[in-house]
Write a protein that binds this ligand. Structure first.
Ligand SMILES: [Zn+2]
Ligand SMILES: [Zn+2]
Length: 271
C-alpha cells in the first residue's frame, strides 16, 4: 500500500512546485478546495467510533469529549509558559531551552503537552502506526492555532519536517506529513512537503541527552526553494528541545522567510 506520507518522502529532491502543485493554486482555489475537504471531514466526523483512549462512545475516530478535555487541559492556560517555545516553566526563572541557544524560530503553537494522556496518543500514532489518528490530531492542532494568540498571516506556507528514510521504512508514513496534510485545508493554507529535504539520516534523537539533541539537528535539513517574504509554519508531531525547529528555521530564514512558526501536536515538559 502506498501511504501518502511515504509517497511524499520518495519525491524528495524534486522541485517543490512539481511535488505538490500547490504553489500554482490561487488563494481562492485553495479556499474552495479546502471547503470541499472540510465538508467531507464533517461527514466523517459524524460516523460513530470508539474513543482511542477510553474506548467509550465517540465519532469519526476522534477522542470523546471528556478525553479531549483531559488531553488539552494543561495547555488551556498559557500563563507560566515560555512565550516563544511554549515550554511549561513551572518554578524556573526563565526558559532553559531558549536560554541555551536563542531560537531562530519566532513562535510555537502546541495542542497539548507530551505527558499523560496526550503522550499515549502520540505513541499510538507513531509507534502503533495508527496513521488514521492524523485527522483528529490535526483538528486539535488547528483549534490550538486558531485560539492561541496572534494569527498566522494569509501568505503562510505549511511544511512538514521530513522523516529519516529509516523511520519511514519502519512506520510506512511520515507523521509530520500526515498532520500537515490534514492541517492545511483546516487553516486554508498551502502545504509544500518538498520545501524541506533531509540531507542525511542522522541518528535517532529519542534517547540522547538534551545538550546533544541541541547540537545534532544543525545541518540536517535544506530548504529547496526561495520563500522570500513568506511566513513558514513548520509542522511536527513533538517538540522536545526545539533543536530540529531551530536548525530548520536557520535554513528557511536564509531562504528568505520573514518568520518561522512551529506547529506541533505536543510540547515535551522540561526533564
Ligand atoms: Zn474517551
Ligand atoms: Zn522557550
Amino acid at each position: 500500500m502506498a501511504y501518502p506520507g511515504r509517497w511524499r518522502e520518495s519525491t524528495a529532491g524534486v522541485p517543490a512546485d512539481l511535488q505538490t502543485g500547490h504553489a500554482s493554486r490561487t488563494p481562492v482555489f485553495r479556499r474552495v478546495l479546502g471547503a470541499g475537504r472540510n465538508a467531507v471531514a464533517r461527514v466523517i466526523e459524524c460516523i460513530p467510533s470508539a474513543c482511542p483512549l477510553c474506548h467509550g462512545a465517540a465519532s469519526g475516530g476522534a477522542l470523546c469529549a471528556g478525553c479531549h478535555d483531559d488531553v488539552v487541559a494543561s495547555m488551556q492556560s498559557l500563563a507560566g509558559r515560555c512565550s516563544v517555545c511554549r515550554l511549561a516553566l513551572d518554578k524556573q526563572a526563565g526558559c532553559p531551552d531558549c536560554a541555551c541557544r536563542p531560537p531562530a524560530f519566532d513562535q510555537v503553537v502546541a495542542a497539548f503537552d507530551y505527558a499523560l494522556p496526550g503522550d499515549f496518543l502520540i505513541r499510538q500514532f507513531k509507534a502503533g502506526r495508527r496513521f488514521s489518528h492524523a485527522r483528529f490530531l490535526a483538528a486539535m492542532l488547528a483549534r490550538a492555532v486558531m485560539e492561541d494568540g496572534p494569527q498566522l498571516p494569509q501568505d503562510t506556507i505549511l511544511v512538514p519536517v521530513p522523516s529519516s528514510h529509516a523511520s519511514i521504512m519502519q512506520r510506512g508514513f511520515n507523521p509530520a506529513a500526515e498532520i500537515a496534510r490534514y492541517l492545511a485545508p483546516r487553516l486554508s493554507l498551502p502545504c509544500r512537503p518538498g520545501l524541506l529535504v533531509r540531507n542525511h539520516e542522522g541518528g535517532r534523537q529519542t534517547h540522547l541527552p538534551r545538550a546533544q539533541r541541541m547540537r545534532q539537528a544543525s545541518g540536517l535539513y535544506t530548504c529547496t526553494a526561495s520563500v522570500g517574504g513568506a511566513t513558514v509554519a513548520v509542522v511536527d508531531d513533538v517538540l522536545t528541545t526545539g533543536s530540529t525547529l531551530h536548525g530548520i528555521s536557520l535554513q528557511l530564514k536564509a531562504a528568505g522567510a520573514v518568520a518561522v512558526w512551529g506547529l506541533v501536536l505536543a510540547r515535551t515538559p522540561y526533564r
